[in-house]
Design a protein around this ligand. Structure first.
Ligand code: SF4
Length: 452
């Protein structure tokens, strides 16, 4: 938990020497508390005070990464319980479980299919983040073969799940050159698992049936030299996993309980009588860092990916597209020119309707700070001046041989002002809803064949 200015002041030398550039130690402490100054500016702070201040400024939930061939999944570093308080930073990684008993061909098929799955959601590419290879066989050689088969089919990060340190060691060898998450150390084997994690420089998951035991284990493992730890609280039902994961997040953020200040791994298919997709959705919202799915099914994965994208979007920053002039269906100089804002959902709604209609068109996307048409207009971010500037700055005039601009129907009120800003232009008022654009183009812009 962050220290207050007064708590920081008590750790400073209190001599008011001014060498830090502040008139008093208290003034410097206040700046430190507001994160507007660096502790290094005070040359007289003692080592023990420095250690306490450093510890207090460390993130309450450690950032842990797994990586492979340049792809990385990071979890942790979260600072709030509720997204509306600020934002959530690191999307939980979605991993597909692959059992080593599946055989080389079975692994290849499952991994290749999931690996190549990529969907476009408002211009963002969404897909699975990696694979969790599980040594169901309990055989080190078989586990290593399975890890090799997964790596041959995908370059995405790995989680290695093995029942014993001996089997885990074989998997780690087969995953050399990557940074997998090792899953999991428990009360009976943590010393050996920690040794393996330390020499592989890999993060280590820790499992225990109570939070007390889990906290005890993380402290021991940290003392053994493993800093990157992931928690598996073995909670599998809807209610108990929600309660347990929330308790861990609260203890880390509100009580600054370092022993549980790590990301959490969740297995939504491990509980009896639960629906994997429903529980995975719960884990996305509260509070998993890594989620292992048993099955790969685009029909259930897609809603999870979209949910995750929305929850992990900064509520203060709308999803935006780059302002500019976009071509739809290979437009010519005769094609219509339409204008909209750079709010992603608005852009894609318009783009999809025009694209689906088959009409070639130019779409001018004005910088409205990521707001939708009406909101931007009300906020003064989508006015005649901005639209006129967008027409000029994008070189739209040079691409068309007419001077007609189609304005969204919701801001018809701007048409007169826009005709003044764009001298010699005819401002046409388009439909209010994107769904009506194809019919509008057909009726108002003439027959398709004639305008191409
Ligand atoms: S340099 Fe250190 S001791 Fe001097 S005023 Fe600043 S905080 Fe106080």
């Amino acid at each position: 938990m962050a220290l207050t200015g007064l708590q920081i002041y008590k750790l400073l030398p209190q001599t008011n020497c001014k060498e830090c550039g502040h008139p008093t130690c208290l003034a410097f402490a206040m700046k430190l508390a507001a994160k507007q100054a660096e502790l290094a500016l005070c040359p007289y702070v003692t080592e023990s005070a420095k250690a306490q201040l450093d510890a207090a400024s460390a993130p309450p939930i450690r950032l842990v990464a797994v990586s492979c061939n340049g792809s990385k999944v990071e979890a942790g570093n979260e600072t709030v319980l509720f997204r509306h308080e600020k934002t959530f930073y690191h999307k939980p990684g979605l991993f597909i479980r692959v059992e080593d008993t599946l055989g080389a061909e079975g692994i290849k098929t499952k991994v290749s299919e999931a690996d190549s799955y990529l969907v476009d959601y408002v211009g963002i590419k969404l897909g699975v983040d990696g694979f969790a290879v599980e040594a169901v066989s309990g055989d080190g050689a078989k586990f290593a073969e399975a890890v090799g088969a997964v790596r041959a089919a995908s370059k995405k990060p790995l989680i290695l799940i093995a029942p014993t340190p001996e089997v885990m060691a074989e998997g780690v060898k087969a995953a050399s050159g990557t940074q997998p998450l090792l899953c999991a150390a428990d009360e009976s084997n943590w010393q050996k698992m920690a040794e393996i994690a330390k020499s592989a420089k890999a993060p280590l998951a820790v499992k225990a049936e109570s939070l007390d035991k889990l906290a005890g284990l993380t402290e021991e493992i940290k003392k053994a030299g493993v800093e990157d730890i992931v928690l598996d609280p073995l909670a599998y039902g809807y209610g108990d996993s929600l309660k347990t994961l929330t308790q861990i997040r609260r203890l880390a953020l509100k009580k600054n309980f370092r022993a549980l200040g790590y990301p959490i791994i969740a297995f939504p298919s491990n509980g009896a009588g639960v629906d994997e997709t429903v529980l995975a959705a719960q884990h996305i919202a509260k509070y998993a860092g890594f989620i292992v799915l048993n099955t790969f099914d685009p029909a259930t994965l897609y809603p999870l990916l979209v949910l995750r994208q929305n929850i992990y979007t900064d509520p203060q920053k709308p999803i935006q597209v780059q302002p500019g002039l976009y071509e739809i269906n290979s437009p010519t100089a005769d094609s219509p020119l339409m204008v909209t804002t750079n709010f992603s959902i608005t852009y894609f709604a318009v783009n999809n309707e025009v694209e689906g209609s088959g009409w070639p068109a130019w779409l001018l996307v004005a910088d409205a700070e990521g707001m939708s048409v009406l909101t931007a207009w009300a906020a003064g971010k989508f006015d005649a001046d901005r639209i006129a500037k967008a027409v000029k700055s994008t070189g739209a005039e040079g691409k068309i041989n007419h001077k007609r601009l189609i304005l969204p129907g919701q801001v018809a009120v701007l048409s007169g002002e826009l005709e003044e800003s764009l001298a010699g232009w005819e401002i046409m008022v388009g439909p209010k809803e994107a769904v009506d654009i194809p019919n509008y183009l057909k009726v108002m812009w003439g027959e398709k064949a004639g305008s191409r």
